[in-house]
Design a protein around this ligand. Structure first.
Ligand code: ZN
Length: 189
């Protein structure tokens, strides 16, 4: 097994050494309130890490970023919606960007593929049975990433907990070039 924890801790010490040379003992502070009033819901895809933000001009301090597998929402008050409610009501967010991407792994993930893998890793069938309905709804409901962005946007727009003056946009990103296409616009341009 690779010792990733040690590798990361070593890097962290080097990072702190280099930044303390730059700033001394008082690192510059960045507000937790996003200066551009944006919340982004996107996929956990590795190719978007340290890339999507650059491709869109989003810098540290600008936006709230929520990530999940396939940037989807499973209900009116799931963990993504809860995070968005904090963004809106506590942190001044006025626009939500749902950003899916082409070649999303969730399009190939099914309840069957996950169940088979879980069973082969020793997960008890009873535990899988307890989540079977939710698992099927979530994993088998995702067929195409563009449809999924549209679905997520419309669920947010119809969510009675989210005020109507919050604009919800839907975008698709090409994970290799960073190019985006607009799928849904939240207000008149
Ligand atoms: Zn994805």
């Amino acid at each position: 097994m690779m010792n990733l924890l040690n590798e990361i801790l070593r890097h962290n010490r080097e990072f702190l050494d280099s930044t303390s040379q730059e700033h001394g003992d008082e690192p510059p502070t960045v507000s937790k309130v996003p200066t551009r009033e944006i919340a982004i819901l996107t996929c956990m895809d590795t190719r978007l890490v340290n890339f999507m933000e650059q491709a869109l001009g989003i810098e540290r301090g600008h936006a709230k970023v929520i990530k999940s597998a396939g940037n989807s929402i499973s209900g009116m008050f799931d963990s993504v919606v809860r995070s968005l409610l904090v963004c809106i009501y506590e942190l001044g967010v006025s626009e939500i960007f749902v950003i899916g991407h082409y070649e999303c792994g969730m399009a190939k993930t099914t309840s069957e593929s996950l169940t088979t893998a879980m069973l082969s890793r020793g997960v008890s069938p009873d535990a899988i049975q307890m989540v079977r309905h939710e698992l099927e709804h979530w994993a088998d409901g995702f067929s195409h990433p563009v449809d999924n962005v549209q679905e997520t946007v419309s669920m947010l727009r119809m969510n009675p907990l989210i005020p109507k003056d919050v604009a919800v946009h839907g975008l698709m990103m090409h994970p290799n070039s960073g190019e985006v296409e607009v799928v849904e616009v939240g207000y008149e341009l």
